[in-house]
Write a protein that binds this ligand. Structure first.
Ligand code: AHM
Ligand code: MG
Length: 326
């Protein structure tokens, strides 16, 4: 008999004492993502492609679907009594929800925005934290990734998949025709070694020396110090890249570069790097910012950016060690 998301959450409440109100938060996120998936699938038929004509707090152009997905998540999660507050890539400040809520949800409503209009995989990334007592403020959200009580993503690709961790392994669900997430895989494992890397090569001239050296070694293949040929992929959708790595290993990098000295990377710590790092850890992989484990970083701001190197543990250790040596 197939296990659907509500069965899985129920099992977790008994086997791992998952609090019922946390199960309710995860259900609300999943429900919202089913609605987002419907909008993504219809595309031009629903007039949802193209630019929204606005920008977000990070000065990035918003697509119509960025705005729609953000609204769907805020509306759905505000109605969930267990949610105290929300933080979104598309909102300057946190959004207060329910006074008695016990959890905070941080999300990138539609990651990989540059792929929306060209029908390539995109996704929603989410992170759930417990809220401490007292009046909600930004500091409540600034917890290290190791404190996450749940994290995951929904990939809108050839199939819509929910990939979830509650800190006890990973469960993968596939959205069926009836709009129900059905469990299709348990505990994917990232192999420690790999022959596949993902980096935006067009930024090569801006990289720091250790990344230059590392990628040159991979490109040298069998003839170089690594002694094996590597393959490369770049989807420009972090959700798709992380999913590929969870399924077959690899290393994904969006390193700090010299384009804007004020930005320590492109990706955001709280709702991109942290949830992905927890999933990768649960699958036996590793995620660092080239110096330390991403999950140990003490956050300074809701929209803080960070360098990201994640995936197969031995490969991530190799790149991180290269940075320590210089
Ligand atoms: P977004 O949140 O504005 O969509 O940006 C994040 C995305 C990631 O999904 C992806 O890894 C990266 O940006 C791609 O960047 P680039 O277009 O520089 O290759
Ligand atoms: Mg994003």
């Amino acid at each position: 008999m197939s296990v659907v998301l509500s069965d899985y959450l129920h099992q977790q409440t008994t086997t791992h004492r998952l609090p019922e109100n946390l199960a309710a938060v995860v259900s609300a996120i999943a429900e919202a993502c089913v609605h987002i998936s419907q909008q993504v699938r219809l595309g031009a038929l629903n007039g949802v492609l193209g630019s929204a004509g606005s920008g977000n707090v990070q000065g990035e152009e918003q697509k119509k679907l960025d705005v729609i997905a953000n609204r769907i998540l805020i509306d759905a999660l505000s109605q969930c009594a267990a949610v105290a507050g929300l933080a979104s890539e598309e909102e300057d400040n946190f959004v207060a929800a329910n006074q008695n809520g016990a959890y905070l949800v941080l999300f990138d409503p539609l990651d990989g925005s540059s792929n929306i209009d060209v029908n390539i995989s995109i996704g929603t990334i989410f992170s759930v934290l417990a809220k401490s007592e007292g009046v909600l403020n930004t500091a409540d959200f600034l917890q290290a990734g190791s404190k996450q009580v749940a994290a995951g993503y929904v990939l809108y690709g050839p199939q819509t998949l929910l990939v979830l961790t509650l800190n006890h392994g990973i469960a993968v669900f596939t959205l069926n025709q009836e709009g129900v997430f059905v469990n299709t895989q348990i505990n994917p494992a990232v192999p420690p070694q790999t022959r596949e890397f993902a980096i935006n090569m067009s930024n090569q001239r801006h990289w720091e020396a250790p990344v230059q050296t590392y990628i040159a070694e991979l490109l040298a293949g069998k003839n170089g110090v690594r002694g094996k040929d590597y393959n490369m992929r770049w989807v420009a959708s972090m959700v798709a890249e992380v999913h590929r790595i969870l399924m077959r290993g690899g290393v994904f990098m969006y390193p700090k570069d010299a384009r804007d000295p004020n930005k320590p990377g492109k990706l955001r710590l709280m709702y991109e790097a942290n949830p992905m790092s927890l999933l990768i850890k649960q699958a036996g992989g590793l995620a660092t910012d080239a110096h330390q484990n991403i999950l140990d970083i003490v956050p300074q701001g809701l929209h803080q950016r960070v360098s990201v190197i994640l995936g197969s543990a031995e490969e991530v250790e190799y790149v991180t060690a290269k940075h320590a040596a210089t």
